[in-house]
Design a binder for this molecule. Structure first.
Ligand code: CP
Ligand code: NVA
Length: 306
């Protein structure tokens, strides 16, 4: 049985296989041929943080696969009142077929997975957001930007950046990360990515210069400067990230055909300008929709590997 807690645990072949499943299921859904591959299965969705896309995509996805999803906010289940993770994991996994968790610490997900009898999916932690990267790469595949991509990530060294580092280093493409000083990625994640890159041939560049990162890039991406749980640091972060906005001037340094991605929610005139977000190069809503398709591919893949 496999869990999906970070792309670190996955090979290139496995990531591509999950995405192929997702693309195949997407075509079937568009043709209105729903195949109930997970008929009568249940997905427990534990949310300790807010969500629009993750909740809707997993719930709709499970329904379209013939199963059912349960929305469990930590305000409603005993986990939020201190029932141990290991007890919650054993109870929920004795009744459900798969579990998705959105939480703070990666270690909580790992502990849950250790005690779970069923596959556990990371629906975002402070460290990683791997399901988002499946959708991002699916979007790149659909418009041919998976052919020798040069991806520039401009912004905070956060869960999204860490996931880009894992994806690039596993799949073997070029990734340039530009963060302000003091907001760099976790050095342990960078070290892992560099190690994977030695084998995959990925080219990873870490800089504090957004212009250098974006020059000639074929994919430009960013994320909020204030992730969930960092609300109190807002004023300080807005100051620190000055000059890191992805606006038309910065986008103009990328390849003329470059696409813009953002996991959403986006903060206009903070990390990205309205013009870029709503502009022709932006594929943010295709990307958001692909959460549904990529995660269906993932759930079917996990079911096959139990
Ligand atoms: N991108 C993403 O995970 O969105 P939500 O926080 O709305 O789930
Ligand atoms: N880095 C953001 C991603 C939101 C989908 C956060 O963790 O809040």
């Amino acid at each position: 049985m496999r869990h999906f807690l970070t792309l670190k645990d996955y090979t290139k072949e496995e990531i591509l296989e999950i995405l192929e499943f997702g693309l195949q299921i997407k075509q079937e859904v568009k043709a209105k041929t729903f195949i109930p591959r997970l008929a009568n299965q249940t997905l427990a969705m534990i949310f300790e943080k807010s969500s629009t896309r993750t909740r809707v995509s997993f719930e709709v996805g499970m329904y379209q696969l013939g199963g059912h999803a349960l929305f469990l906010s930590n305000r409603d289940i005993h986990l939020g009142r201190g029932e141990p993770v290991k007890d919650t994991a054993r109870v929920i996994s004795s009744m459900c077929d798969m579990v998705m968790i959105r939480t703070y610490e990666q270690s909580k997900l790992e502990e849950f997975a250790r005690y779970s009898k069923v596959p556990v999916i990371n629906g975002l932690s402070d460290s990683y957001h791997p399901v988002q990267l499946l959708a991002d790469y699916m979007t790149m595949m659909e418009c041919g930007k998976d052919k020798s991509p040069v991806v520039a990530y401009v912004g905070d060294g956060n869960n999204m950046t860490h996931s880009w580092l894992m994806l690039a280093s596993k799949l073997g493409f070029e990734l340039r990360v530009a963060t302000p000083k003091g907001y760099e990625c976790d050095p342990a994640v960078v070290a892992d990515a560099m190690e994977f890159a030695r084998h995959s041939g990925a080219k990873i560049t870490i800089t504090n210069d957004p212009k250098e990162a974006v020059a000639g890039a074929t994919v430009v991406t960013t994320d909020t400067w204030i992730s969930m749980g960092q609300e109190e640091e807002k004023a300080q972060r807005l100051r620190a990230f000055e000059g890191y906005i992805v606006d038309e001037a910065l986008m103009g340094r990328a390849d003329g055909e470059a696409i813009f991605l953002h996991c959403l929610p986006a903060y206009r005139e903070a990390e990205v300008s309205e013009a870029v977000l709503e502009g022709k190069q932006s594929l943010i809503f295709e990307e958001a929709e692909n959460r549904l398709h990529a995660q269906k591919g993932l759930m079917v893949w996990l079911d096959k590997h139990r």
